[in-house]
Design a protein around this ligand. Structure first.
Ligand code: UDP
Ligand code: MG
Length: 151
């Protein structure tokens, strides 16, 4: 666990269309994570096939890839202590009906295929996803808040 740990968080097409981009960014910002990459992108099916490669044998994979490529998403990298696991906790369960209130999915979603956001499930997947979405690299800068967030 490191204060430099990075996670890939993505607002899905329904999150963009429903105007939830600001809400989702706000939660990561106010929790104390540092934004180190951000873009709005309408990605191709081929790109999502790579992003979701681990799920390629699942029956829902073709529909998932087609849907995710149907509109723009917001791709982000957030850095901070235990960001991968904490990011997943902030997202809630994959099925929004099982997500606790206070989580993003528990507050803004009802169905599995429209659960508003993606978050890396391990440090290894985060590294892969960050390379896939930000081949140009992330942005390095000092956060003036760090000393007020960490002892
Ligand atoms: N998904 C789906 N049907 C399922 C399982 C998952 O449509 O039976 C979708 C859901 O939107 C989920 C995405 O596929 O967010 C990726 O699945 P994963 O198991 O990786 O869940 P996540 O990591 O997003 O919680
Ligand atoms: Mg996943």
């Amino acid at each position: 666990m490191s204060v430099k740990e990075r996670t890939y968080i993505m607002v899905k097409p329904e999150g963009v269309q429903r105007g939830l981009v600001g809400e989702i960014i706000k939660r990561f910002e106010t929790r104390g994570f540092k934004l180190i990459a951000l873009k709005l992108v309408h990605a191709t099916k081929e790109h999502f096939e790579k992003h979701y490669a681990d799920l390629s044998t699942k029956p829902f994979y073709p529909g998932l890839v087609k849907y995710m490529a149907s509109g723009p998403v917001v791709a982000m990298v957030w850095e901070g202590l235990d960001s991968v696991k904490t990011g997943r906790t902030m997202l809630g369960a994959t099925n929004p009906l099982a997500s606790a209130p206070g989580t993003i999915r528990g507050d803004y979603a009802l169905s599995l295929g429209r659960n508003v956001c993606h978050g890396s499930d391990s440090v290894e997947s985060a590294e892969k996803e960050i390379k896939l979405w930000f081949p140009e690299g992330v942005v390095q800068y000092e956060s003036s808040q760090a000393a007020w967030i960490f002892e």
